[in-house]
Design a protein around this ligand. Structure first.
Ligand SMILES: [Zn+2]
Length: 499
């Protein structure tokens, strides 16, 4: 008998403090054909697992994604959710449903975690019997209702992320086991009172390396399906913001609970070791070090304005510092959101000098304005880098200009410059320059590969890394490290299939 498995999802990481709303225009909706053919994040792993088996019909329905940004508007979310539910009803019945979400979805005015809302709506429509398998990014949250709504979850195990394909594959594989072996998995989670911005949980080093490295050991325990760690999305001041660990057993709730508690204890014990484990510097110092570095290219990340964490990408502090503090350095400052500047440069055309005002388009605070002459070099109506793209921003107009010695790229919408292909698509050879500034925190894997050195700037902005500087009101307290040391035991923070 052929099993029919649907695939859908709304995968967006929301930064509530971002000044840019995620409206319908910011969303990209992928068609079934694109879900089959376009090597999409997580979906590609799900398709690979389903494709291994002739007795399975994979039915991709739709997948909605966007560059991280501010809360999704109610209208855009409602439309995407209703369309997903309509497609599930119109194309069913299904033996199982796979959902590729991120896990930090927030909707304007919705007083509920939106991944929970979306997957609960799917559960409500399908009824209790159809298994749902969910693949999540590790920078997401896990509510009690979400844990209950889906049958099984897989979560990324690397940051920077290199395993979306494996994670999608695992979600599909577990779903098929549940269907064929008629399993009723039991799931137990522990909420840790820890705020961990992604940059301090890089899985190649420190406690994150050890904790994520321990997961296959939990998975291998007889009767277990998987254990997972969600670092959480630390910047959002919400009641459900947290690091979470959870364990899933084939049928034994006590086994799941024991493993979840064990993993939670191990993680809590290592809390003080979650620190930045990369070269960091204040803005001027970092640019000076990059300029003096014997090896190139030096990748410099403007961590306060990290578009891949949801910041707007519109801040020009680092560009302005590059122009004044290191005026003779060979430096590219890429990925600045500045729609009016792009329009003016494109209207002028290559070879023309245009006066622009840096900072005049800031929607993020603080503002620093500076009038400069920009020599327009190249531009286009859409930036289309080749190769596999982990994050696909909505294509938008761009322009490359030279301001003094500095090369800057401006974009009509936020963009994530996460691969060398983004540079080459703008006529920039990334290997030929001393310093490349990108609006990221940690480097994405393909930029890490070309970097002779990486310096993370402790710059101001929406995604800045000192959590103590942010205002908190909804976050449950105490939380480490905001409140220093306090007593905590995982037994009081456990939820899911417990007696
Ligand atoms: Zn992530």
């Amino acid at each position: 008998m052929t099993l029919r498995i649907a695939i859908c999802g709304i995968s967006i990481e929301i930064m509530l403090a971002s000044p840019m709303q995620t409206d319908a225009g910011a969303l990209r909706t992928y068609s079934p054909a694109q879900m089959r053919d376009d090597d999409l994040w997580m979906i590609r792993g799900m398709m690979a697992r389903l494709g291994e088996d002739k007795a399975i019909e994979a039915v991709p329905l739709s997948w909605v994604s966007a560059l991280p940004g501010g809360a999704v508007t109610q209208a855009a979310y409602a439309a995407a959710k209703q369309e997903t539910l309509r497609l599930l009803a119109a194309n069913g019945p299904f033996d199982g449903v796979l959902v590729a979400n991120h896990g930090a979805l927030e909707v304007d005015g919705l007083d509920r975690d939106a991944d929970t809302d979306f997957i609960s709506a799917i559960r409500q429509q399908l009824g209790p019997k159809v298994p749902i398998g969910v693949a999540l990014d590790l920078h997401g949250d896990m509510t009690a209702d979400l844990l209950k709504a889906a049958t099984v979850f897989s979560v990324l195990r690397t940051a920077p992320h290199r395993d979306d394909k494996e994670t999608g594959y695992r979600a599909a594989d577990m779903l098929l086991r549940v269907i064929r072996e008629k399993l009723a998995p039991r799931k137990v989670a522990v909420r840790l009172p820890m705020l961990i911005p992604g940059e301090i949980a890089v899985t190649s080093e420190g406690p994150a390396k050890d904790l994520y490295g321990a997961l296959p050991g939990y998975d291998a325990i007889p009767g277990m399906l998987e254990a997972n760690i969600l670092v959480g999305f630390a910047w959002n001041d919400r009641p459900w913001t947290a690091a979470t660990v959870f364990a899933m057993a084939e049928s034994d709730a006590a086994l799941a609970k024991a493993q979840a508690l064990d993993l939670a204890r191990r993680m809590w014990a290592r809390r003080a070791e979650f620190t930045l484990r990369m070269e960091t510097a204040e803005v001027d110092e970092g640019l000076a070090r990059a300029a003096a570095s014997p090896a190139k290219p030096v990748l410099v990340s403007d961590s306060g304005d990290n578009t891949t964490a949801g910041a707007a990408g519109d801040l020009t502090h680092v560009l302005q510092a590059a122009m004044s503090r290191a005026p003779n350095a060979d430096i590219v400052v890429a990925g600045i959101t500045a729609p009016e500047t792009v329009a003016r440069l494109l209207a002028a055309g290559p070879g023309k000098t245009v006066e622009i005002e840096l900072g005049s388009e800031h929607i993020s605070r603080p503002k620093t304005r500076l009038k400069v002459n920009a020599l327009m070099e190249a531009g286009g109506e859409a930036l289309r880098p080749g190769g596999f793209q982990p994050i696909r921003a909505k294509e938008s107009a761009w322009a490359k200009a030279r301001i003094g010695k500095v090369i800057a790229t401006f974009h009509a919408r936020p963009v994530g410059i996460v691969t060398p292909d983004h540079f080459t698509a703008m006529g920039i050879d990334p290997l030929a320059h001393q310093t490349l500034v990108v609006k990221l925190g940690y480097l994405h894997p393909r930029l890490e590969e070309i970097a002779a050195r990486h310096i993370l700037l402790l710059s101001d902005g929406t995604s800045q890394l000192d959590m103590k500087r942010l205002k908190w009101s909804a976050l449950p307290r105490p939380a480490w490290p905001l409140d220093g040391e306090f007593e905590w035991a995982p037994e009081g923070a456990v939820y899911g299939d417990i007696e």
